[in-house]
Design a protein around this ligand. Structure first.
Ligand SMILES: [Zn+2]
Ligand SMILES: [Zn+2]
Length: 230
């Protein structure tokens, strides 16, 4: 028995660059045969669509709404929904799992911290930080920040990467530092830019912590590329 999960997904409720709602994406992933998805919208220091002038607690509340919408739809259609964030350092993005709304409300300082300090902070609370698409090159990326001594793992397949060498370089990076690896689609809508990436496990994830264990103990059975074949 295999279970397929999306680990990197954006919704129009919280990411300015996304154009499908959490509920639309949940229905699409169910149709595509996934067991579950992690909602990882761009955080305060990334391309968020939640107004930054809101007081912090209200900002977090609005940001978290996409996950809640996904969770509600997931219960209706039978798709497991988990929470994560994509924390941005300008020239590096860090997928973060194992933290929740309460933790975000209690840690407003994370919105303007250097990457290595942020990662240390998350790990002190039992969370996990994965460097997303570390070698992606686009017009908006002028340099890379690499923090191999701090991260828990590297996204070596990002199905939205424009060129295959961006993933190949990420794989070599992970091998150099002997770091655990993950895969994700970085999907922003249900049509056009829909990709079939993610991970496969041979046990069902019950919580975000199960995913953390699967990554750290290298129990992921398969990393999926954009064709999504198990
Ligand atoms: Zn985006
Ligand atoms: Zn992303």
């Amino acid at each position: 028995m295999y279970y397929k999960y999306e680990t990197h997904l954006h919704t129009s409720e919280s990411s300015a660059c996304a154009s499908s709602t959490a509920a639309e994406l949940v229905r699409k992933y169910k149709e595509e045969g996934y067991t579950g998805v992690f909602i990882t919208d761009h955080f305060y220091n990334g391309n968020t669509s939640v107004p930054r002038d809101l007081p912090w607690e209200q900002w977090v509340d609005r940001y978290y709404q996409s996950y809640e919408n996904a969770l509600e739809e997931g219960k209706k259609v039978g798709l497991d929904v988990f929470f994560g964030i994509e924390w941005g350092a300008g020239n590096a993005d860090f997928l973060t799992y194992g933290i929740d709304k309460r933790w975000l409300i209690n840690h407003p300082e994370i919105k303007d911290m250097p990457a290595h300090e942020y990662i240390k902070q998350v790990k002190r609370s039992g969370g996990m930080v994965i460097h997303a698409h570390p070698f992606r090159e686009e017009e908006y990326i002028h340099s890379f920040t690499l923090v191999p001594r701090y991260i828990d793992g590297i996204e070596i397949i990002n199905a939205s990467n424009r060129l295959p060498e961006f993933n190949e370089r990420a794989k070599i990076f992970a091998e150099w530092y002997d770091l655990p690896v993950t895969a994700g689609s970085d999907t922003h809508n249900t049509t056009g830019r829909y990709y079939g990436g993610g991970i496969v496990t041979d046990f069902r994830l019950e919580t975000e912590d199960d995913y953390i264990t699967a990554v750290k103990e290298r129990k992921i059975v398969k990393l999926l590329d954009k064709f999504g074949t198990i």
